[in-house]
Design a protein around this ligand. Structure first.
Ligand SMILES: *[C@@H]1O[C@H](CO)[C@@H](O)[C@H](O)[C@H]1NC(C)=O
Ligand SMILES: *[C@@H]1O[C@H](CO)[C@@H](O)[C@H](O)[C@H]1NC(C)=O
Length: 363
């Protein structure tokens, strides 16, 4: 059993290395990668198991943790949501090594690009690294859309670029335009060693949460558009940007899959129609009874048509099983503002980073 597991792990890592290095250069597409993963181990297929050694860190080990994610500090009374580890069905994830991470990425820059779910993951990673290597000095700087966290002794930067749509939103005299074919902030993304992109949630926003007045697609300007269609067009623009600006030999590109929300308990078989508040236990099965998010299929379609290798961090199902992991009523706004989108830290995004770590560090 043990030898067999080791052998299969070796195969998996060989595949991961193959994927990250893009041995076949531009011909390696997502379909092939998926096939390889199936033959080896799909780290995204598995279940949550109770692990008394969890969480990986405590919020008091992370002095820079934003209050919005610090559920314990905000009074969340239950603790068991902290105690679950993601267990892939046919292999184990490597144990997180903060020092190992910093050593392997010495002199490198990692950038998360996306909405506040990227912020969630970026905060998780910086907390994990600081908690594991507390003596390493860190520095933090922030400009309008860019937050940079560095470990000077390792010359490692972990950067967050807030960009809710990846494509541009431009202010004109007649209103704010969501430009589906344009990415001007791509200049900030060039030269990174690792890029982790994400976008979805903002595409659905309406009313006061909608931050644009018109959508522009090619020569047409529209008052609105089917949001899935718009999402696919925007994501395709991003895919083209990656195609013409990324050298897979020097930059590893990841796409953080759709992060699920939990606003209706009927999805997981509780007919009372409750939201994520008062959820204290994950679903312990391996598939989500609420089915797939339609945005996932779009992500899959766009990624599979790309000319450059992009690794999907397929976090959707594993996160969907964590109805207990959201901020709920214990975010910045307190009990008045329910947040069933973002995740408590420590918590689910730590696992997203364990998966990222698995892909990066074994390279
Ligand atoms: C993501 O993972 C889930 C669970 O393993 C799986 O059902 C789904 O097909 C995966 N999606 C992709 C695009 O690989
Ligand atoms: C730190 O890393 C950057 C790239 O991220 C590199 O340009 C620079 O030379 C490195 N500095 C030192 C002191 O190694």
């Amino acid at each position: 059993m043990h030898a067999c597991m080791e052998a299969s792990l070796r195969i998996i890592w060989a595949l991961l290395i193959f994927m990250l290095q893009g041995v076949h250069g531009e011909d390696v597409n997502v379909q092939e990668i998926k096939k390889n993963q199936k033959r080896g181990c799909d780290v995204f297929q598995g279940r949550w198991v109770y692990d008394s050694s969890y969480p990986l860190y405590n919020s008091f080990n992370c002095p820079f943790l934003e209050q919005a994610f610090d559920c314990q500090k905000n009074g969340r009374p239950d603790l068991s949501y902290l105690k679950y580890r993601w267990q892939p069905s046919s292999c184990n994830l490597p144990r997180f090594g903060g020092r190992n991470f910093l050593k392997k990425l010495r002199g490198k820059r990692i950038m998360f690009v996306g909405d506040s779910l990227s912020l969630n993951q970026w905060q998780s990673l910086t907390c994990m690294l600081h908690a594991y290597v507390p003596e390493a000095k860190y520095a933090f700087s922030r400009t309008a859309d860019l937050s940079t966290f560095t470990f000077p002794a390792f010359n490692v930067s972990i950067i967050l670029h807030r960009s809710a749509f990846l494509v541009d939103v431009v202010k004109k005299t007649y209103g704010r335009i969501l430009e589906l074919n344009s990415i001007s902030s791509g200049s900030l993304w060039k030269g990174m060693d690792v890029l982790v992109f994400n976008t979805w949630h903002w595409w659905t926003h309406r009313g006061s949460q909608q931050v644009w007045d018109f959508v522009q697609d090619g020569k047409g300007t529209y008052k609105d558009m089917n949001r899935f269609v718009a999402f696919e067009k925007g994501l395709t623009t991003w895919a083209k940007w990656v195609g013409s600006n990324i050298d897979p030999k020097t930059t590893s590109v990841f796409f953080q899959g759709v992060s699920p929300t939990h606003t209706d308990s009927r999805e997981w078989g509780d007919l009372r129609g409750k939201d994520c508040r008062a959820q204290t236990r994950p679903l312990l099965q391996s598939s989500y009874p609420g089915g797939a998010n339609p945005a996932e299929a779009i992500v899959e379609k766009v990624l599979s048509g790309m000319s450059k290798p992009v690794q999907l961090l397929n976090i959707t199902t594993l996160s969907a099983l964590r109805k207990d992991g959201h901020v709920g009523g214990f975010g910045y706004g307190g009990p008045k503002a329910t947040d069933c989108s973002h995740w408590c830290l420590p918590g689910v995004p730590d696992t997203w980073n364990l998966l990222l770590y698995a892909f990066l560090v074994q390279n």
